[in-house]
Design a protein around this ligand. Structure first.
Ligand SMILES: Cc1ncc(COP(=O)(O)O)c(C=O)c1O
Length: 359
């Protein structure tokens, strides 16, 4: 069976199980804000058509100014990217032929990018509770040039505590190891002050990448950026193709970043839904990760070996989960589910109750 490598392709996911879903489909496979793009975006689309016919400003002056203001940073410490994915592929180009460490299960694009640029990859595993193996990481670090950490981690939603990360960053400074912290989901965090950004001023061996694609639900447009020392940003900029960020994204970036009410509504929705889901899933005896963001891992606590059957049952009931077959260390043993709207999450719980009651 060939399963799609990423979520967000409900038809293909169902088809790979030899199934066809007719009627309404509930896509829980992509971890994108279900509130959809901010409502003002569709109103502005006619005006934005102008951006389609011209090359964007290659220096993206207005977008950088807005981002620098938003982050309270020098523009020279920032690099706008065509989503978090471009950032990952730019960073790996700084480590051609060197060695990297990832902690599995984690986002699969680090491995793809390392393979593309001939970077030797060492893997460690999260522990049983999906916590980071800090001591094992410290032991491996002298043998690697760069560590990729997803913070919070996709697909588990778990986080490496900042004090432990700082311990590793200090060691990295001593032995010359760079840390790439992927904060693609940081804007979903209930407590954004958990961001690694506060460590940037102290650790020049730190590169942070972020995505705005997920939080603003704009995967068809894409938006992301990096934060690092001026030196790293300069080197990364040299690798980036000109006009990499499209004109529409560049134009709307200042408005996106200042849309406080969209962010507030997102946090309020997420906090409420996460609490409801956690309580109900535990009551139904499903094993699920305690995630700090908008997705979580799930398997049946009573029938833990029946994840594939659960997958089929959900698809038959028009719910598309994300398989975990290509997450090393999970190998299909869990499903990843996005936190969706209140109505969709209620439907999921209804279907899971049906599964629980099935003979
Ligand atoms: C952890 C992580 N980093 C980066 C990305 C890529 O972000 P973008 O869609 O902005 O390219 C994703 C997308 O799924 C992701 O899950």
């Amino acid at each position: 069976m060939v399963l799609p490598a990423h979520g967000g392709q409900p038809g293909r996911i169902a088809a790979s199980f030899g199934m066809e879903v007719k009627g309404k489909v509930y896509d829980f496979s992509a971890n994108i804000n279900p509130n959809g793009p901010p409502s003002w975006l569709s109103e502005q689309l006619p005006r934005l058509m102008e951006e389609v016919a011209y090359y964007p400003d290659p220096d993206y002056l207005e977008a950088y100014e807005a981002l620098a203001k938003h982050e309270g940073m020098d523009p020279e410490q920032l690099l706008l990217t065509n989503g978090g994915a471009e950032a990952i592929f730019l960073i790996t180009q700084l480590f051609l032929g060197k060695k990297a460490l990832t902690i599995n299960p984690t986002f699969t694009e680090y491995e793809r990018a390392c393979q593309a640029f001939n970077i030797g990859l060492t893997h460690l595993r999260l522990n049983q509770e999906f916590r980071f193996p800090v001591e094992a990481m410290a032991q491996v670090m002298p043998d690697v040039d760069v560590v990729f950490l997803c913070y919070p981690n996709n697909p588990t939603g778990t986080i490496l505590p900042l004090t432990e990360l700082e311990h590793l960053l200090k060691l990295g400074m001593e032995i010359g190891t760079t840390f790439v912290i992927d904060e693609a989901f940081v804007h979903f965090l209930f407590e954004e002050e958990l961001s690694v950004k506060q460590l940037l001023a102290f650790y020049p061996n730190l590169i942070i990448l972020r995505s705005l694609t997920k939080i603003f639900a704009i995967p068809g447009l894409r938006a992301g950026y990096m934060m690092a020392s001026k030196d790293y940003i300069q080197k990364l900029k040299e690798k980036q193709p000109s006009w990499s960020v499209n004109g529409i994204t560049a134009n709307i970036l200042p408005v996106l970043l200042s849309d406080k009410s969209y962010m507030a509504a997102t946090k309020a929705w997420l906090e409420k839904e996460c609490k409801k889901l956690a309580e109900n899933l535990s009551a139904l005896k499903f094993i699920h990760t305690v995630s700090s963001v908008n997705f979580y891992l799930l398997k049946d606590g009573e029938r833990p070996d029946e994840t594939e059957e659960l997958f089929r049952f959900l698809v038959e009931n028009h719910i598309i989960p994300r398989h975990t077959d290509n997450f090393k260390g999970l190998d299909g043993s869990y499903l990843r589910l996005a936190v969706r709207s209140a109505e969709e999450n209620d439907y999921l719980l209804y279907v899971l109750r049906k599964w629980r009651e099935a003979p």
